[in-house]
Design a protein around this ligand. Structure first.
Ligand code: PEP
Ligand code: MG
Length: 743
């Protein structure tokens, strides 16, 4: 970069260097020009005459696809890929293996760096990483203005007014939606701030509050009539209504009116005060409530001013995407009546109320899109990609086409998978596998008939608590667990006791700020320190399962003594109920989640005490690799195919066999086909995964010979090896194991 010469000369030299260092036949750099065109700017290996001639639009061909999705693409046989676009002038016919990465700067795509080889070559993680690092260098060169004018760079990168942009965020709800932008502008501009008569203003406030309660009641009734939404949206609205009726809120508004403000101004003042106070609170649950307060305040102002429905989604059969700073759950329910197919939020997190409602409605949501309202104009075309946590603003036709194709491919795959529902989960060589699902909300149980799982391998009991303002008492919990068992219709259900703390805060039991919440006062640790809470939950589970089998699992156990204490509390509850003459479950089984690495060294002491154990690989990986699973910077750094994790899992399988204890795995990896294949190879026979992944895992295992993967994996794990992702993907391809396509 520092060498003498023009930008083009530097780029040519960098291509030659990369080609040599990566030992690849071809190394090319495509630069994004204004008009969403990727131009071949330099190459070694392709025809020199193609430089500055070959141009691909965004979304066109493999290079366009990488730029459109801002993601690397690795292929062993590029011409066979459906997006391959043949450019005869480049002379690329002999080259099959392909590895391309986006050149990114400040989150925007500036170009694409590609290496190609004539021989079938499997590019690994390390090569991708090296290319990504080199792409950073190229991004600087492109942005320096030595290759393109600075004005063109600004336009090409999406800084120009009408150009394409990609906004990165976090996934609040998965899925993809395409539609026109509607900007959510809830604020009504207040014209009168000071009032003559506080009495008149108080009367206005009371009337508006009554109107608002009525509107929320109507919405709650409508949501409960829409039975297929599940119960959570109704519960959220009920807690919301409780807040609306909060005396403290009313008193503060009354005080502001007494000081001379109009009713509208008093609502706004109280909202502003709360925003200041609440934004200083680190507790994620309380911060989330700020959005509910803002939603309520805006509604109240609308009732006061007589200007309702500031945001309207036209009912014209078209698809729309709503863009908002934040959104309350009630408003999402209201707006979803029309053609809302996506949501972009400047704030918003996975555990927000709006996320839970979006999940019930099946609306994809990207959150934490910092500048969404500044960068998106009304009626802009948007692609909301919840799967990859990104939003495309004013995308080209090719990007739209690429996403429509992806939706089509997903639909086709889902239709194909639906046919597997009634087929047995048996591998090609006759091994029976038990396929279970992880659920946490009633809405998740809706899918049971469509996928026919063998049971519920993990019921996360904390999630229903998270939508309630008050801690559910014994009766409420008993009713909830009974309902789960009724809906499970005889399938086994593993209830996990409250796994709160960390990023899961209950409104009724805020744990407070901790420096390292994932390592803090969480899960069973709280249960043992506050035994009343655990005892109530255990009693409710025992009562709900009277006459049936009951399976209870304890989360975040770090030492055997903790499990013994939990069992002790359970035994005391059983004795208590027996004494009172209440009917008990027919059979009680208890188990432990293996999430803390310390347990790996206590398996021979722990397993004889358990009826079953289940590996919580999400947390096990977090603690094994010391990576915060929620951090976008490191969360995806280590995958489930890392030999360190696989060796740890092998220890668990061997111990479970030694002690004849039933073993399952319920982390997300059980739902990813290649990782699930690997788990079967390690000896797991019970996989518990998210409901939407179950049929894909079934397709995989029905095409797998488990003996072969076991032998292959055994050899790999005994050898000194790096990440096994490439080899295991290659195994799947070579043995025609159906791991789906990355569409
Ligand atoms: C896990 O840790 O793998 C797990 C299943 O539990 P959760 O994701 O709820 O922490
Ligand atoms: Mg966990």
């Amino acid at each position: 970069m520092a060498a003498k010469g023009s930008g083009q000369e530097k780029l040519d030299r960098i291509m030659a260097l990369i080609g040599t260092e990566m030992a690849s036949d071809v190394c090319s750099c495509y630069v994004m020009r204004a008009g969403e065109v990727l131009e071949l700017f330099a190459t070694v290996g392709l025809n020199a005459a193609a430089v500055h001639r070959t141009r691909l639009r965004l979304g066109e061909g493999l290079v366009g696809d990488i730029a459109a999705r801002a993601r690397p693409l690795v292929l062993e046989n590029a011409p066979a890929h459906p997006n391959f676009a043949y450019c005869p002038e480049t002379g690329e016919d002999p080259f099959r293996a392909f590895c391309g990465v986006p050149i990114l700067r400040s989150g925007r795509v500036r170009g694409v760096l590609v290496i190609q080889d004539a021989q079938r070559r499997k590019y690994g993680e390390e090569e991708i990483e090296i290319l990504q690092n080199l792409a950073m260098v190229l991004a600087e060169l492109i942005s320096s203005g030595e290759l393109l004018s600075l004005q063109e760079i600004a336009f090409a990168a999406g800084d120009g007014d009408l150009d394409f942009q990609r906004l990165a965020g976090v996934c609040v709800n998965r899925g993809v939606g395409l539609g026109q932008a509607i900007l959510h502008r809830p604020q009504v501009v207040l014209r009168e701030m000071v009032a003559d008569s506080p009495r008149v203003e108080m009367r206005r406030l009371r009337v508006a509050l009554q109107q608002m309660f009525g509107a929320i009641d109507d919405l709650t009734n409508a949501a409960s009539r829409m039975g297929d939404l599940g119960e959570e949206p109704v519960e959220i609205l009920e807690s919301y209504r409780m807040f609306a009726k909060d005396r403290g809120w009313f008193m503060r508004m009354r005080e502001a009116i007494r000081q001379g403000l109009t009713a509208e101004a008093s609502v706004q003042k109280v909202m502003g005060d709360m925003r200041v106070r609440m934004s200083q609170i680190s507790d994620p649950y309380i911060r989330e409530r700020l959005y509910d307060v803002e939603d309520l305040s805006n509604r109240l102002i609308q009732h006061l001013s007589g200007r309702s429905g500031v945001t309207v989604i036209p009912d014209d059969g078209k698809d729309y995407v709503l863009v908002a700073r934040s959104l309350g759950p009630a408003e999402l329910l209201e707006l979803s009546k029309s053609g809302l197919c996506g949501l972009v939020l400047q704030e918003g997190t996975r555990h927000s109320h709006v996320a839970i409602v979006a999940r019930a409605l099946g609306i994809p949501v990207v959150g934490q899109c910092a500048e969404a309202l500044e960068r998106i104009a009304p009626s802009d075309m948007l692609v909301v990609d919840g799967d990859d946590a990104q939003v495309f603003v004013r995308p080209s036709d090719e990007v739209i086409l690429a996403y429509r194709r992806r939706l089509q491919m997903q639909t086709l795959r889902e239709e194909g998978l639906r046919g597997l529902r009634d087929l047995p989960a048996v591998t090609r060589d006759g091994e029976k596998v038990s396929l279970l699902i992880n659920v946490g909300l009633m809405v998740d149980l809706q899918n049971l008939p469509d996928i026919a799982p063998d049971g519920i391998g993990l019921f996360r009991t904390e999630l229903p608590f998270m939508v309630k303002a008050a801690h559910p008492d014994l009766m409420a919990q008993t009713a909830l667990y009974k309902d789960v068992l009724v809906r499970a219709a005889g399938l086994p259900v593993v209830f996990r006791t409250l796994d709160i703390g960390g990023d899961k805060q209950l409104p009724s039991f805020p744990v407070g700020h901790e420096e390292n919440p994932a390592l803090g006062w969480r899960a069973l640790r709280i249960g043992l320190d506050r035994p009343m809470m655990l005892r109530t939950q255990l009693r409710a589970l025992l009562m709900a399962s009277a006459g049936q089998e009951l399976r209870i699992m304890f989360p975040l156990v770090s030492e055997v003594a903790e499990y013994r204490s939990a069992r002790h509390i359970l035994d005391a509850e059983v004795a208590r109920l027996r004494k009172s003459g209440a009917s008990l479950p027919e059979k009680i089984m208890t188990g432990v989640m293996i999430e803390v690495p310390a347990l790996l060294f206590q398996l021979d002491d722990l397993l004889p005490l358990c009826d079953f154990v289940s590996v919580g690989s999400n947390d096990l990986m977090q603690y094994l690799f010391a990576v915060d699973r929620g951090s976008p910077m490191v969360g995806a750094r280590y995958d489930g195919l890392n030999p360190a994790l696989l060796r740890a899992l092998r220890l668990v399988v061997q111990a479970a066999e030694r002690h004849h204890v039933s073993l399952s795995i319920c982390g997300e990896m059980a739902g990813r086909p290649v990782e699930a294949m690997t788990l079967l190879g390690l000896g797991f026979r019970n996989l518990s995964c998210p409901p939407q992944s179950l049929l894909a895992v079934k397709a995989m295992l029905r095409s797998l010979e488990v003996d072969r993967i076991s032998a292959y994996l055994g050899a790999l794990l005994d050898a000194d090896c790096g990440n096994l992702s490439d080899r295991l993907h290659a195994f799947a391809r070579d043995h025609e194991v159906d791991i789906g396509v990355d569409c």
